[in-house]
Design a protein around this ligand. Structure first.
Ligand code: GAL
Length: 693
């Protein structure tokens, strides 16, 4: 049976790519004085020689680990990428394998390494993995020492960027060592799908069996569906013959009566157990969580889940989070999903890359849907392999509802190359997972893009992803695209585009000493007057030219039944992308929550209208403006009650009716006092209140 060993502890770390000859050439039997000859003969790699004592002096780290965080902020590095040096590094881990492991395959699984990693084991080159976002694994069995000490060395080169924001460096996601029998289910070897509206209880399980022995293996594959209470509720089996050193996939059909459906309010998870049996003895057991649910993107009526119309109330999310950089442990992933869900969010777009599996696990458990995004669009074998790996890894997660083939590929989205590339990627996704639609998040030149890709069949991806207002600044673009291709479902794949610093209410605060990027200096959308420059105030007066305010963003989505929903840019602040500022700004202000998960004003708007039936109220600005006696302040209230009464020092200023999905504003001269907003129901009764001092 398989054994899964947590490999997150006990890594030795060396910053920098260059190592002294004595380390690289350690134990090199072919060494000629002064030459290292790494590649000349198998097994020459000294760093990963288990007896190499030099590496034992390297310091110990634990993964997830982000070594870029150890650097000093510098203006010599791109502020957009976080103003930190990246560069190369080495990781090394030694571990024992017992004699009894000899009859097993030894597989190392990495959830994500940033980036360009090269693995060596016990002196041997094993393989290289380029992408900083896809998961990968290597079978190192043949070079293992059973009954002895083994060493693996991973060289990482993070000097290149894949994104235009902070990407970190190193083994920033989990690592496992998997010991499997010679005949067993390989990594990502199970694909579970549920059949949808016509037959919600039907499960199709495609189970791959890998035989690493030199004889044919005639085995039995037993699949069981286990319900949330641990009871087996369906079973099917098949005989499978697998030739020596090869794989074979068998497809089993199982029927569960009256399954509990997976949905945001009731994210019920079942488990598919796949057991490989030989002569009545189990060789391997592989468990895969999954859910019963069906959904549809409809060109007229938007998105529905389990037959019920649902607007996707989504946010975009980068990998990195605050102090931990990209090395986000599963507990913080879960915390992020909980914070977003509490705000009323029901969907996440993993912009712009394959996510950490622990984020998807949290979304499965907590009931948040996912637009799962690929990083580099392309149809070369390398890039198609990356897309394939994403789909194979993530296709069993009930949370995943869309495969996104890319984001704003301005160089290709309206060119023949783009047409060929997206057609190829779409076809691959269809073949690997016919149950989920594809999308692509397009921006500028949308007319040309829509025209080019708007045909039928393989020319066209399934759901039209429109970033921001669809290109120009007219909200009508959604409508023009819809009128042109009325049979093409649509989602607002990215929206809002405002910036704010939590609880800063310019112009009445001290300016920050940062430089406005030349690129945006003249842009009238960024700030309106001299008083506002240097600020990203909470009044939404520092917008990107391509965005619009939060009220308009959400109303745009609500007013168009054909729009499946929207994904706000972004859920939390992240490192890099310092728009519209330059050094010494090092983080963005795009998040609706800040790095610590505190709500900015925009998050209060979303909390109010994404959960309209749970009372919420927020009042801004703070009411602490020494020296401003008598100066008029713009008071704004986000609330979802029928009306709001404003009081200053207990004296009523007025009561206003709240229009759904809107905000209220007053102009109030400042005095040292207490400002209070009281949310009232239709009968004038008090529901909820808040105060600022
Ligand atoms: C979008 C882009 C995002 C981010 C955002 C900032 O166009 O897709 O990655 O850069 O702009 O407003």
């Amino acid at each position: 049976m398989r054994e899964i060993v947590d490999f997150n502890q006990g890594w030795r770390f060396h910053m920098g790519g260059d190592l002294p000859d004595e380390v690289i050439a350690f134990g090199n039997v072919n060494l000629i004085a002064g030459e290292t000859r790494l590649w000349q003969k198998a097994g020459n790699h000294g760093v990963s020689n288990p007896a190499n004592p030099h590496v034992d002096k390297w310091r110990l780290v634990r993964v997830p680990h982000d070594y870029a965080l150890e650097g000093e902020f510098t203006r010599n590095e791109s502020a957009n990428n976080g103003a930190l040096p990246h560069g190369e590094a080495w990781y090394l881990k030694k571990f024992e394998l017992s004699e009894s492991d000899r009859q097993r395959r030894i597989i190392l699984e990495f959830d994500g390494v940033y980036r360009d990693s090269t693995l060596f084991a016990n002196g041997h080159y094993i393989g290289r993995h380029l992408s900083g976002y896809t998961s990968f694994y290597f079978d190192i069995t043949d070079v293992c020492d059973f009954g002895g000490i083994n060493a693996i060395a991973l060289h990482v080169d993070a000097s290149e960027n894949e994104l235009w924001s902070y990407e970190g460096a190193g083994i920033y996601r989990g690592v496992r060592l998997v010991k499997r029998g010679l005949t067993s289910v390989p990594t990502w070897g199970v694909a579970v799908s549920t059949d949808g509206a016509d037959d919600p209880g039907r499960v199709t399980a495609a189970v791959t069996v890998r035989n690493d022995s030199y004889d044919q293996a005639d085995v039995n594959v037993i699949s069981r569906v286990i319900d949330p209470t641990g009871r087996a509720v369906a079973e099917a089996q098949a005989e499978v013959s697998v030739a020596d050193v090869s794989e074979s996939t068998t497809t089993l059909s199982l029927q569960v009566s009256h399954p509990s459906l997976w949905a945001p309010d009731s994210p019920t998870l079942y488990t598919l157990e796949a057991t490989v049996m030989l002569n009545g003895e189990p060789l391997d057991l592989c468990t895969t969580p999954f859910g019963f649910r069906y959904f549809r993107f409809d060109p007229d009526h938007g998105f529905s889940l389990n037959g019920v119309p649902v607007k996707l109330k989504g946010v975009c999310l980068h990998q990195d989070h605050g102090c931990v950089g990209v090395a986000v442990p599963p507990a913080i992933q879960e915390w992020r999903v909980r914070k977003l869900k509490e705000m009323g969010c029901n969907a996440i777009r993993t912009s712009h890359n394959p996510p950490d599996p622990s984020l998807l696990d949290a979304c499965d458990r907590l009931g948040v849907m996912v637009m799962d995004e690929h990083r580099v669009s392309g149809s070369s074998p390398e890039l198609l392999r990356q897309f394939e790996d994403l789909i194979r890894r993530d296709r069993n997660h009930p949370s995943v509802i869309l495969w996104s083939m890319g984001n704003e590929e301005m160089g290709i989205q309206d060119t023949p190359a783009g047409e060929a590339i997206f057609a190829r990627m779409h076809q691959l996704a269809r073949r690997l997972d016919p149950s989920r639609p594809t999308t692509y998040a397009m921006n500028s030149r949308w007319q040309e893009i829509v025209e080019r890709h708007g045909g039928k069949g393989e020319r066209r991806w399934d759901v039209l992803g429109v970033n921001y207002r669809g290109g120009g600044n007219s909200p009508a673009n959604f409508d023009i695209a819809h009128a042109k291709f009325p049979d093409w479902p649509m989602v607002s794949s990215e929206s809002w585009g405002g910036t704010a610093t939590r609880d800063l209410y310019g112009p009445d605060v001290t300016p920050m000493d940062v430089v406005i990027s030349e690129r945006w200096k003249e842009d009238e959308f960024c700030w309106k007057d001299d008083d506002h420059k240097y600020f990203a105030s909470e009044y939404q007066n520092c917008q990107t030219p391509w965005g619009c305010d939060i009220e308009e963003t959400w109303r745009n989505t609500l007013e168009r039944p054909f729009l499946a929903g929207t994904f706000i840019w972004t859920g939390f602040d992240y490192r890099g992308e310092t728009f519209p500022y330059e050094w010494p700004a090092v983080i963005t202000r795009f998040g609706v929550m800040d790095l610590c998960g505190y709500y900015k004003s925009v998050a209060h708007y979303l909390r109010a209208w994404w959960r309209p039936n749970d009372p919420h109220i927020f009042l801004m600005p703070h009411w602490d403006f020494p020296g401003h006696l008598g100066r008029e302040k713009l008071v704004r209230c986000y609330a979802n009650t029928h009306s709001v009464e404003l009081l200053l020092n207990g004296e009523a200023i007025g009561t206003s009716r709240m229009t759904p999905n809107d905000r209220l504003e007053w102009r109030v001269p400042w005095e040292p006092s207490v400002l209070e907003a009281r949310g009232l129901d239709a009968d004038g009764a008090h529901v909820i209140s808040t105060r600022r001092v």
